[in-house]
Design a protein around this ligand. Sequence first.
Ligand SMILES: Nc1nc2c(ncn2[C@@H]2O[C@H](COP(=O)(O)OP(=O)(O)OP(=O)(O)O)[C@@H](O)[C@H]2O)c(=O)[nH]1
Ligand SMILES: [Mg+2]
Length: 286
Amino acid sequence: MVIAKDWVLALLNPSPLGLAVAIVLAITIPLFLHTFIFRASGLVSLPSILLLGPSGSGKTSLLTLFERGANASTHTSQSPIAVECSLPVGAIAGTDKYRSINDPTNLTHKKFLLLDTPGHGKLRHHALETITNPQNLKGVIFLVDAANMATGDEGLRQTADYLHDVLLLLQKRMSNGASKAPKEMAVLIAANKMDLFTALPAALVKSSLETEITKLRVSRSKGLLDSGVNMGDDGEDNDDWLGEMGSKDFKLSQMEEFNIMVEVAGGNVTGNANVEKWWKWVGDRL
Ligand SMILES: Nc1nc2c(ncn2[C@@H]2O[C@H](COP(=O)(O)OP(=O)(O)OP(=O)(O)O)[C@@H](O)[C@H]2O)c(=O)[nH]1
Ligand SMILES: [Mg+2]
């Protein structure tokens, strides 16, 4: 009995040790929950934007510009990298567009992750893997060198080839209803190097790519038929056909059927950098 009474007294008396333990627990438990459980749930993963495009189109240059606001010399990339960038003050993110212009939230930077990939043909698998990887992919910027796209040019053919593969991958991902696939995917074809006088204007970049992909689409499906792949009974269920089935000409707008919104906008990274349209596009996705 006496022992029980001692215990009760000890429990009811304020003890400095008990107080200290309680304070420590009260502080550490929320911190612990935040760092381990909240982070792991992926709720805080930043929205990411993926940079794709052929070698030399200026992806790494654009990444450095977005990250530091300044130009720096680059080398051919060997492996993908990711950097955290923020939207410049003044550029308004899509999710903030209904805020008052005086809302102080507009004055903070909106953060996002920019993923650079190597454009070289042999390293492209890195890039294509990243399309399906990021948890919170908000859009793809496909950079092209507008000064290297004259009709019949090898540069144009290679660019169209790469773009075709990227769009086809996205199309397959969106149409087979993969559980992780987003509802809608935005692709910006950024026609870079507009500072060079040989650069094609954005509208021409768009039509040249469409014409080139039209040719590619036909030659690829012939190749498949010849090799006997995909010889279904109706001959129609060709998964590797980009865009609208049975259409003669490929148009980028055909991707809308798969909820892939493609836009083309011109700009340049070096010289007097002119990337406002691209910033705006990024802002609308965040
Ligand atoms: N004139 C001009 N040159 C540019 C522009 N943007 C990039 N360049 C140049 O293009 C070259 C290639 O740029 P990078 O950023 O290394 O190209 P990349 O797309 O990262 O190439 P890979 O890493 O091989 O895939 C560099 O010498 C840049 O200085 C531009 O807007 N105008
Ligand atoms: Mg690079």
